[in-house]
Design a protein around this ligand. Sequence first.
Ligand code: NDP
Length: 466
Amino acid sequence: MANLLSIINPATEALIQEMPVDDKAAVAEKYARARAAQPGWAALPLADRIKPILRFRELLVERVDALAALLTSETGKPITQARNEILAVPGRIDFFVENADRVLSLERVYAEPAGALPGMGSLEEVIGHDPLGVIANISAWNYPYFVGGNVFIPALLMGNAVLYKPSEFATLTGGAIADLLHASGIPQDIFIPVIGSGLTGAALLEQPIDGVFFTGSYATGQKIAIATAPKLIRTQLELGGKDPAYVCADANGAVAAAALADGAFYNNGQSCCAVERIYVHTEVYDEFFEAFLATVRGFKLGDPTDSDTYLGPVSRKPQLSVLAEQVTDALAKGATLCCGGQTLDRPGWYFAPTVLTEVNHTMTVMQEETFGPVIGIQRVASDAEAVALMQDTPYGLTAAVYGTERDRAVDILRQIKTGSAYWNCCDRVSPRLPWSGRGHSGLGTTLSQAGLYTFLQPRAWHLRAG
Ligand code: NDP
């Protein structure tokens, strides 16, 4: 009998559905189908690959209510944030579609007339690009439309076949994405969902795939890098973060507080680029802290299907213990608990929004990824102290500086090892800019033109007339 995956609603703890899991044989069969179909897909004119992607774009908007409800049911993401996520995908599709032709066009970089070398015909040097082939897209549950779409949309446009393994915590959404792509005209064998847990993901990596595009934790990213190393294939890892924000002495404390509270608590802190550590210059600390706490106290926590809810349950039950352990560790080492600090006595995996002050870098809450509604705020006496603390992490996904002087902020951010640098903004992703991490935050780039080239391999054409 097939193994079954239980899909649980994090807000009610009710079983939504059980789904059969793909075993190794099923994964191998899906791989074989993708391998057979991919050359035909790559040979189509680009316009024929763009057409179904644009239809997918339309269907996302038409069906946003049902898709958002499904996402909310299995991840606990508040319905308004689920809608926001889905409705931001069209902007990314537009960027990819607008740039696909330029990236795929042949580029003549050198020409030599006939006779330049005695007796030889003319020479052209041309750069072309080929798709990678069959790629695995192993995705996370926290933003399935974003993190999946950043991979499968450009990968399909560039002519690849995609074996898509949604997280086991976003399996229904993964299935809905596959249904929508197929209804839009993407062939069944070109985008194939692979259903299961990490074991299924590992089975996928055993196939002779041509690339793996993974979004998830550093721990799993390491396992993927080890598993794929002997294959010498394109391996892209979008991993976690411990993203810092610094509020300079000249910042507007109240404005920075409202923005950073949202950056820390949006999607219940379960964003790769959530603000995870805040450093505040002592001159603006009191104003900032008061406004921050007031903002957090004003967040509406509750039923994620209610459109006013800002904080729902966390998506995975084991995360509740991680959050509780970070709070206990911080309090044992001298932190002050300003609000929250515990799970809520109600059905569902709810953790109260938690603000800790008097924190320092001996505490796990300032060192390890929290990935939940818990934030530490540390007072600093100078920009130099802030830079040293911001840099004290093996991660490097994003960093933010709030203050009125652009030059000062840029100077601080230049000193930080980070893939994205924000001045007076945070927790922000743009399709036009590269998304990448440093250190434990990963390898490779999605979005921007680099996020199209990553699904291609260059070919050097040396063309001499006979
Ligand atoms: P995990 O690392 O737990 O899982 C990620 C994916 O890998 C899931 O599909 C998982 O399957 C699968 N997987 C687990 N074990 C293996 C294995 N041995 N071989 C192959 N696949 C495997 O991460 P989460 O899903 O919990 O995602 C949260 C993490 O993702 C956070 O660290 C977050 O910061 C990061 N993230 C990074 C982003 C970025 O852009 N840098 C964006 C979004 C999230 P299953 O879930 O079924 O076990």
